[in-house]
Design a protein around this ligand. Structure first.
Ligand code: ATP
Length: 322
């Protein structure tokens, strides 16, 4: 193998740049050429491809987002689009590919693998919703971003003795909500994996204020509903007038925290090694502090979904918010 490619696809996440950097450096270390494919699968089909040198990945380890840009592409979901992708890779002499992205990006990567392009996937999404890895690139940074925002909101919540409902990202996963809720001492956390009762939340909020609490924080994962819906429920079922904050895209940005830099660096390096060993069709992750290597099909299987740790965190939060 002489030449590999790397692309980022789907929602960007802090940690993608450290992963790109590691792929490029590791490949060059082993005497390979690396080509950056810009704007995900869309850029692949259009041939938006450029050779990357060491200087191209200088000073990016601390930067959020992705220097290769990202995109979503409907055309690449079609057979014709995927064939075009294969053709372009062959035209450029690219013999192996590292795809950094979420579940959808992995599906595209799996198609390329099935069409004979050696392909390795790295989990790049803040949502932490990819099976076969305990953490995804960007999740830790997103949790820290939410934590810092909630700490600030808490200051004003205390000053005005208010309830704040904070809606966080995560799509169908409650990981960001559970982690940030526990890290900020939220009174209630609502996640899709666990059926928390709204009436119980009202009892908890009321008991807290009766005990002299000066504020309350309710964290809602977007997968269970909107912050507005929860605030409305509280207003209709108590004497409180909660305020709502939807944190939104701020959660996707920022300099990656140490864990995301290290995760990107270790997985990016391993991806190059695997391609050099002739391995394809695998998704990398981290399980029990070891790099995990699973078939894409394993990652897509609903049976490999693990929700216990998140449910446990949310339950612990409920126990502690007495
Ligand atoms: P995030 O979790 O941040 O949304 P993602 O990778 O899951 O990231 P998607 O928009 O679902 O984001 O997928 C990214 C791209 O991967 C799509 O725009 C499409 O080009 C490609 N893709 C998704 N599903 C498939 C599929 N079934 N077959 C081929 N390509 C796909």
């Amino acid at each position: 193998m002489k030449r590999i490619g790397v692309l980022t696809s789907g929602g960007d996440s802090p940690g993608m740049n450290p992963a790109i950097r590691a792929v490029v450096k590791k490949a060059i270390y082993h005497g390979l050429e690396v080509y950056g494919i810009y704007r995900g699968y869309e850029g692949l089909m259009e041939g938006d491809i450029k050779k990357l040198e060491l200087k191209d990945v200088g000073s990016i380890i601390h930067r959020g987002g992705t220097i290769l840009y990202s995109a979503r592409s409907e055309r690449f979901k079609t057979e014709e689009g995927q064939q075009k992708g294969v053709e372009v890779l062959k035209e450029h002499g690219i013999e192996g590919l590292v795809v950094i992205g979420g579940d959808g990006s992995y599906r595209g990567a799996n198609q390329l693998h099935k069409k004979g392009i050696p392909t390795i996937g790295l989990p790049g999404t803040i949502d932490n919703d990819i099976n076969g890895t305990e953490y995804t690139l960007g999740f830790s940074t997103a949790v820290n971003t939410v934590m810092e925002a909630v700490d600030k909101i808490r200051d004003t919540a205390t000053s005005h003795e208010r309830i704040f409902v904070i809606e966080v990202m995560g799509r169908d996963a409650g990981d960001i909500a559970a982690w940030s809720g526990l890290a900020t001492g939220a009174e209630s956390i609502f996640i899709p994996e666990n059926s928390s009762e709204k009436p119980e939340m009202i009892n908890r909020l009321t008991a807290g204020f009766q005990r002299g609490k000066k504020h309350s924080i309710v964290i809602v994962a977007e997968g269970v509903g909107s912050g507005e819906e929860f605030a409305k429920y509280i207003a209709e079922n108590s004497n409180y007038e909660p305020r709502v904050t939807v944190l939104g895209y701020v959660q996707r940005g920022g300099s990656p925290v140490a864990y995301d830099r290290i995760l990107g660096t270790t997985l990016g390096s391993r991806a190059v090694e695997l391609l050099m060993e002739g391995i394809s069709g695998k998704a990398l992750g981290m399980e029990k502090s070891e790099i995990s290597i699973h078939d894409f099909d394993y990652v897509f299987s609903p049976e490999s979904k693990v929700t216990d740790p998140i449910v446990k965190l949310a339950k612990l939060s409920t126990e502690l918010s007495i």
